[in-house]
Design a protein around this ligand. Structure first.
Ligand code: HEM
Length: 531
């Protein structure tokens, strides 16, 4: 078997491209599919028509809930190969054996729009990859921007409520152009850095193969000796990075909402793959506190001048799906799916994500057996004592389903770490139960400024205009709030430009934020500010 797709073809495909007799789900050949069974020429349809009933019932249940975020996505199969062994850092086999080709499935997505929304809104792009390794599935569930809107997972539901269409009238679909979004980011100023990325050209990529990917969080790599390094994962596109202009984005969305997915699909059909190199930034565990910020803070990136990105392997996406729903819609990623040699950090955003994904998939994919859906199933054998539940598709043999037992038919046994069993990193942890983080989490603006300063002249202009366009759609009060609480703490020129373009007075340079960064619980004070 060379890839996940071959496995799917061997085991799960129903080939509807070939002529075959029409049957019911019970396999009964059907002779009539255009007229239901009726009582006489002008009589009612009869309940007895099992083919009609079955066909209609299945249709009635065809839709599943779309993802609560990242609903619109596009998936592609491919493979990954590491260039040189990374055994110095990790014992993960897919990262230590050059020549080994690991099947992958990548789903690109927008975040805020619904499943039928357009391809090029101003938005973050999801970049999630499932590596089907021989040691189990490893999911790298990233975005095309290296930081995030918040530092702690507890804020995620509030943030998403603010980003999604407003609850009373379900408008607008465009995430970054409405009152609730700007209200949220202005009152949670840890968003400042990410908002800068969102207002930059990164938020309107020209093609899905022309954007970077980032794991965002700090993870750990652990080698065979048990030594750990902190790591950030990157994807670098071989096609380079390209964006469209905002005017182009609006025109493309107006003409073809499928622009990005269609380009990728057609390229792959023509034999032109999308290629990305995997990059790692690595920090020795002993250097955990050497940066002037906390490396567990997901609103901060590790400057590449300080921690260079080492290119370690390549992913080639080269096969389209056979069925969008079965593969792209049913795929279930989880940042907690790791393999031996990869572990988590205590980034409080990552820790919260570890809970959220399975929880949502239990309802989205109808119960606890969604790991058995072909696109989610590991390519290596898997076996345990979990049983029953909705959608059970395997027949587990044997009398027992419990561990430990001494009856002969119960085979699944834990392996020792030496034999390949997963071992959590033995990090030393101690402390009091508190809700705050280290002090540098309160610095919300240094890297936002750094980002602005890294832009070229025309990129800066695009960002200035993006702020003006998006804020210009908000109520006056929200425009003032965002300019006062965010822009005024980032850059004077930006503040004055945007204030001028959205018709409000620029706040004085010394104006205080209405968001109080000094409280450990990050509470808000002083909502009376003047501009
Ligand atoms: C999808 C939760 C932060 C990347 C999702 C889904 C949930 C979720 C519930 C839908 C999953 C599904 O239905 O299968 C959260 C929470 C977060 C968080 C609670 C913070 C506390 C992030 C961050 C990233 C990210 C920081 C990027 C590093 C993604 C991607 C998807 C996704 C790429 C789509 C996966 C796919 O294509 O199926 N997230 N998320 N999320 N999330 Fe997050």
């Amino acid at each position: 078997m060379s890839g996940k797709k071959d496995e799917l073809n061997q085991r799960d495909t129903i080939d509807n491209t070939k002529k075959a007799p029409l049957t019911t789900n019970q396999g009964l050949p059907v002779s009539e599919d255009e007229f239901s069974l009726k009582a006489g020429e002008r009589g009612p349809t009869l309940m007895e028509d099992f083919h009609f009933r079955e066909k209609m019932t299945h249709f009635d249940h065809e839709r599943i809930p779309e993802r609560v975020v990242h609903a619109r996505g596009f998936g592609v199969h491919g493979e990954f190969e590491v260039y040189e062994s990374l055994e110095q850092y990790t014992k993960a086999k897919f990262l230590t054996e050059p020549g080994r080709k690991t099947p992958v499935f990548t789903r690109f997505s927008t975040v805020a729009g619904s499943r039928g929304s357009m391809d090029i809104p101003r938005d973050v792009r999801g970049f999630a990859t499932k590596f089907y390794t021989d040691e189990g599935n490893f999911d790298l569930v990233g975005n095309n921007m290296p930081v995030f809107f918040m530092q702690d997972a507890i804020k995620f539901p509030d943030f998403v409520h603010a980003v999604k269409p407003e609850p009373h009238n379900e408008m607008p679909q465009a995430a970054s152009a409405h009152n609730t979004f700007w209200d949220y980011v202005s009152m949670n100023t840890e968003s400042a850095h990410m908002v800068m990325w969102l207002m930059s050209d990164r938020a309107i990529p020209k093609s899905l193969s022309m954007m970077e990917g980032f794991g965002v969080h700090t993870f750990r790599l652990v080698n065979a000796e048990g030594k750990s390094h902190f790591v950030k994962f990157h994807w670098k596109p071989k096609d380079g990075m390209h964006s469209v202009l905002w005017d182009e984005a609006q025109m493309i969305n107006g003409k073809n909402i499928d622009f990005n997915r269609q380009t990728l699909w057609e390229n792959i059909e023509k034999g032109i793959p999308a290629e990305f190199e995997l990059g790692l930034q690595i920090i020795d565990e002993n250097d955990e506190f050497k940066m002037d910020f906390d490396i567990l803070d997901p609103t901060k990136l590790w400057p590449e001048e300080d921690v260079p990105v080492q290119i370690v392997g390549k992913m080639t996406l080269n096969q389209n799906v056979d069925n969008y729903f079965a593969e792209t819609e049913q795929v279930a990623f989880h940042p907690g799916s790791v393999v031996p040699g990869i572990d988590f950090s205590n980034d409080p955003l990552l820790q919260g994500r570890l809970f959220s994904y399975t929880d949502t998939q239990l309802i989205r994919l109808g119960g606890p057996n969604f790991h058995q859906i072909p696109i989610n199933r590991p390519v290596c054998p898997f076996s345990n004592n979990q049983r029953d539940g909705y959608g059970q598709m395997s027949i587990h043999k044997g009398q027992t389903a419990h561990h430990i037992n001494h009856m002969n038919d119960n085979q699944p046994e834990p392996l020792s770490p030496k034999e390949g069993g997963y071992e959590h990193y033995h990090e030393k942890v101690e402390g009091r139960k508190i809700q705050a983080r280290s002090d540098s989490f309160k610095d919300h603006f240094s890297q936002a400024k750094m980002f602005l300063n890294s832009l070229s002249k025309h990129e800066k202009q695009h960002l200035y205009d993006a702020f003006s366009f998006e804020l210009g759609k908000c109520d006056m009060e929200i425009r003032e709030l965002a300019i006062n609480n965010l822009l005024n703490f980032i850059d004077r020129d930006l503040t004055e430009y945007v204030a001028d373009h959205v018709g409000v007075a620029a706040p004085s340079e010394n104006n205080e934020s209405t968001y109080d960064k000094s409280s450990p619980a990050l509470s808000m004070t002083n909502t009376n500010f003047s501009l």
